[in-house]
Design a protein around this ligand. Sequence first.
Ligand SMILES: O=C(CO)[C@H](O)[C@H](O)COP(=O)(O)O
Length: 208
Amino acid sequence: MDIQLALDRVTIEDALAIVKETEEYIDLIEVGTSLIKEYGIESVRKIKNAYPHKRVVADIKTIDNAEYEFNLCFDAGADIATVMGVSSIETIKKCLQITNKKQKIVMVDLLNTTENKRNQLFSLSNPNVIFCDHLSKDEQEISGKRNTFSHLDNVWSIRYAVAGGITTDSVDQLVDKKLEIAIIGSAITNSSKPEKTAKRFKELLKGL
Ligand SMILES: O=C(CO)[C@H](O)[C@H](O)COP(=O)(O)O
């Protein structure tokens, strides 16, 4: 399983320093929504320029204005851009259209989607789409919720990632889920030893 390092609530300089330390153990770099909101699309450009050999995810969380936002991300060098699954089907289809045209990847964030909407989204699955099971920061921090990854059991045939509060103690729940990507943020970025923590995740996820 690949590791996507989510960079949130840090400066671009700190983000670059964390990637430098952890580079050997991570597969994708996520320019978090907070970085894009605070520093703009330049955050994506700077991180891709510094790590051209890594897949860079722009976590723009598009919910409307798909063409403009997806072109912005891809033109800045992102390999993957995110759209919220709760968006209208017009928005999702436009993201897919731009992604296919530019031969990039779209990650559909399933936060707050209903089962009906998820089934509708899964029917659009193609090799350029990765779905992301996501437990929000606010649900984690305010309500103390933990992701149980329970509805992942029926999704063998599609590309799948998980995000939200994953720690070295919770990765064992990902065994046998046939996931492509574990998105890990604060467990690494808030660690006093990011390199050691990223290395531990790599060891734990190897072979999964
Ligand atoms: O999309 C995000 C926040 O909206 C984060 O990328 C995701 O939640 C991973 O970060 P963490 O491991 O700290 O929860």
